[in-house]
Each structure stands twice: as structure tokens, then as C-alpha cells.
Design a protein around this ligand. Structure first.
Ligand SMILES: NC(=O)c1ccc[n+]([C@@H]2O[C@H](COP(=O)([O-])OP(=O)(O)OC[C@H]3O[C@@H](n4cnc5c(N)ncnc54)[C@H](OP(=O)(O)O)[C@@H]3O)[C@@H](O)[C@H]2O)c1
Length: 417
């Protein structure tokens, strides 16, 4: 049975609780809220270790603390009951995440995370979508670099084609570039997926489609690209993008959900994504990328080598230096085709390491969208379920990210330079 409406500000102690506040990205979410959350937002931090929470709180204006172990189901319910929105960076999510999702649904508390573990998200869809949908609880995984630029960018393209040209969208291809570091927590999640067998499940191109929309013959069920190729539309070489097998599943879920709500993206809609090689070095770069993406999972899938990788790679709790995070960037260009031959380009870009600076901005702004603009979100006030960034936040998140300094632009018409 669902509890008090989380959209009512008086019903809960806090608007947002930041769970995992002592971790590498968690500490950055605390800094983001301390610097950017409007004064009226009531927020608290949460984690499993009281002394470490005190250290984080002392550095950032002494916010209230909640001690909670994510494996303690009662503690998760107590935490969820006190919040309107829970933002969690406690991962690997397949290992540590399920009790909190169940607690949020039981207490009708909205939820955001930055998982890229799509096999885990599929389990959430199968177990909890109906319950979350019927109580209007928004459970929104994948609100970091995977998969906000891909998912929100596609929605922006689709809605632009609809509004400006009164036409559907038949295909979107996203081309990424970026620079950043890698977190120990991300490596821990990747290795956990290899260990559990989830990595193999993630090869399904329509893994996250709703039941009844999982026919492998559907037009969007395209296999992931494996090889570099010359791409005339970007006048260069492109390679498979490492996050593509995550992002494509999320975008296809958004398209399928919209179709189920009688707002299809377009007839036979397809989505794919790539790394955009640079200039003359493009062929070598994209070949190196395709090779490393094919071999690394093979190495990590082999038990004894996985043990070695665990010892060699950064440990959970660690991440790139401040300089690496400040000097990174991402640029995601989405080329979208309209049903009547239109071609437009949507670009999302920002400074800062995509896996940290951009991820933290996208995650925190997603939580703030729910806390501050619940009545403006798509499908408000009743929409709930295991949602995607596009179906949960839509243009509200676009405006918040632009306001927070992200470049989001549309070229219409667009032709290759
Ligand atoms: N989508 C993206 O772009 C993106 C980017 C970065 C990270 N991620 C994902 O985000 C997650 C976190 O990454 P990270 O680099 O921040 O990792 P991290 O530094 O290892 O942080 C993990 C956090 O989980 C907490 N934790 C672990 N077990 C717990 C439990 N039983 N109860 C309560 N808290 C528990 C840890 O607490 P302690 O501090 O007490 O150890 C820590 O705060 C990972 O799954 C990673 O893959 C995604």
C-alpha cells in the first residue's frame, strides 16, 4: 500500500536524500547540492558509516545525516519514508541496490541513480514496473553520462521534428567524443557484471523493452556495431562506442514506452550509437577502440585474469584526480532523420570528466527536477514505473541542464560539413 504523496512538501522530512555520500561520486553529489541546490531544498546525506558521514558533513555545511546499510531492508524503508526523492550512488547496484528500490516503491518515494547495469534494470522492470506504475512512483535508473545525453538528446530530436515539421522520427544515430578518467566504483560494477553473468544478458539489443515489445524481429532490435567504418555523414571514421550497449537499450526503452502510451517516436524508429574518430588519425583511433572493446570483456570474463585486473585497476572508492575531472569534456552529436526526409542534428556538450563532473550534474539536476518541478514533468502527476531519463524528466531536465551550463543545441536543417 502506498504512503503519503511524495509530491507534497510537508509529508516528508527531506526533499532529497543523497545516499552513498561517502563514495567517490557520492561526495561530489554532496558538493553539488551544497553549491547549487536552492536554499528552500531540504536535503540530507546518507551512508553506512556514521563517522565517515560526519567527515563529509563537516566539509559541506553540516547537512543532516542518516545511517543506513543498503542490505538492511527496514533501514531502507526508514530512509525512503523520510524523503520525497532518493538519489543513490551506492553501487554496484546489482549487489547493493535492490532493497532501496523496493523501499522506495513501498513508501511511494521517487528514486534516481547512475547505474549502467542494464541487466539489473531489466530485473527491476520485470519485478517492479507494474507496482511503481500503479502508485505513480518514478524509479529512474541511468541518470548519469549513461544514459542522459543519448536518451534526452533523442527525445529532443523527436519532439523537435514533431513540433517544427509535424513528422515522426525514423532513425537517430549518436556520435560521441569525450575525455575523462575512470572510477574504481565503475570498474567494480563492470567486474561484478562479468562475475554474475549479467554481462552476457546485456547483449540483448532490446533488453529493456517492456514485456510484449520484446520480439527480436522488431525494427529497433539491431545488433551492436562491432567494426570501425567510414561514415560519410560525419566525414570520418566511426567505431563502436563503449557505452553504446548500455545507452541503446535505454533509448529503445524510452521509444517503446512512448509507443505504449500512443506517442510513438516514429514508424520503424531505430537508434544506434558510435564513437566519432578524429581527423586523419580517425582510422587508427577507431580500430584501436574496436579492438580494446572486443578484447577487454573477454579478458575480464576469464576468472583468473579478472582477479589480476582487480588488483591492477583502481579500487572502489577511488577515481581520477581533480585536474583530470576538470579538464575532461564530452560532446554527443545526434543525427536524426524525419519521416519526410528532414535531417536535423542535436548536440549536447559540456566541460568536465563525463563519468564524474557531467554525471554528477545530470544526476543532481534529475533529483532536483523531481523535488522542485514534479507537477511539470511529463505524465505528471500520475506517471510512474521503472522509467528512463527521457520519459521521467523530458524537457524539464533539458532546461535545468542548460541552466547549469550544458550546451544543448539543434541544427535544422543539418547537412554534413
Ligand atoms: N553512469 C555513470 O556515468 C557513472 C559514473 C560513475 C559511477 N557510476 C556508478 O556509480 C556507482 C558508484 O560509483 P563510485 O565511483 O562512487 O563508487 P564508490 O566510490 O565505490 O562508492 C560506492 C558507495 O557505495 C557505498 N556502499 C557500498 N556498500 C554499501 C552498503 N551495503 N550500504 C550502504 N552503502 C554502501 C560505499 O560506502 P562507503 O563509502 O562506506 O564504502 C560508497 O559510498 C558505481 O556503480 C558506478 O558504476 C556510474
Amino acid at each position: 500500500m502506498s504512503e503519503m504523496n511524495p509530491n507534497s512538501e510537508t509529508a516528508r522530512d527531506f526533499d532529497v536524500v543523497l545516499f552513498g555520500a561517502t563514495g567517490f561520486t557520492g561526495r561530489q553529489t554532496v558538493a553539488y547540492f551544497a553549491r547549487h541546490a536552492p536554499a528552500e531544498v531540504r536535503w540530507a546525506i546518507a551512508g553506512r558509516d556514521a563517522a565517515r558521514l560526519d567527515d563529509v558533513a563537516r566539509a559541506w555545511g553540516d547537512p543532516p545525516r542518516i545511517v543506513c546499510d543498503s542490505h538492511d531492508a527496514d533501514a531502507c524503508v526508514d530512509l525512503a519514508r523520510r524523503a520525497r526523492v532518493v538519489l543513490t550512488t551506492v553501487g554496484p547496484y546489482a549487489v547493493h541496490g535492490q532493497a532501496l528500490v523496493e523501499a522506495c516503491i513501498a513508501t511511494n518515494t521517487h528514486y534516481v541513480d547512475i547505474t549502467g547495469e542494464t541487466a539489473w534494470v531489466r530485473d527491476l522492470v520485470d519485478r517492479f514496473h507494474e507496482a511503481a506504475a500503479s502508485s505513480g512512483t518514478r524509479i529512474v535508473p541511468c541518470c548519469g553520462f549513461d544514459s542522459v545525453p543519448s536518451d534526452l538528446g533523442t527525445l529532443i530530436a523527436v519532439e523537435h521534428l514533431r513540433a517544427a515539421h509535424d513528422t515522426g522520427c525514423t532513425r537517430v544515430r549518436a556520435f560521441h567524443r569525450g575525455r575523462g578518467g575512470i572510477n574504481g566504483g565503475t570498474i567494480a560494477s563492470f567486474l561484478a557484471m562479468q562475475e554474475s553473468g549479467d554481462a552476457a544478458r546485456m547483449r540483448d539489443p532490446i533488453l529493456l523493452n517492456p514485456p510484449g515489445m520484446r520480439d527480436p524481429g522488431r525494427p529497433e532490435a539491431e545488433p551492436d556495431p562491432m567494426l570501425p567504418h567510414w561514415e560519410p555523414d560525419i566525414r570520418g571514421f566511426s567505431a563502436p562506442f563503449i557505452m553504446g550497449p548500455i545507452n541503446t537499450r535505454v533509448v529503445r526503452r524510452s521509444a517503446a514506452l512512448e509507443e505504449s502510451w500512443q506517442r510513438p517516436y516514429g514508424s520503424g524508429f531505430r537508434y544506434q550509437e558510435y564513437w566519432k574518430g578524429s581527423g586523419m588519425l580517425g582510422l587508427a583511433e577507431t580500430m584501436g577502440m574496436a579492438w580494446s572493446q572486443a578484447t577487454f570483456p573477454l579478458l575480464a570474463g576469464f576468472g583468473p585474469l579478472r582477479g589480476l585486473l582487480k588488483r591492477m585497476l583502481p579500487a572502489a572508492g577511488s577515481g581520477p584526480s581533480e585536474a583530470t575531472m576538470d579538464n575532461g569534456f564530452f560532446r554527443c552529436e545526434l543525427i536524426a532523420d524525419g519521416a519526410d526526409g528532414q535531417r536535423i542534428r542535436v548536440t549536447l556538450a559540456d566541460r568536465g570528466d563525463p563519468g564524474n563532473r557531467a554525471t554528477v550534474k545530470m544526476l543532481c539536476e534529475s533529483a532536483l527536477a523531481m523535488a522542485l518541478q514534479g507537477d511539470m514533468l511529463p505524465g505528471a502527476p500520475t506517471r510512474g514505473g521503472i522509467l528512463t531519463p527521457a520519459t521521467a524528466f523530458g524537457q524539464v531536465l533539458r532546461a535545468r541542464l542548460e541552466n547549469a551550463g550544458m550546451e544543448i543545441s539543434i541544427d535544422d536543417p543539418w547537412k554534413p560539413e
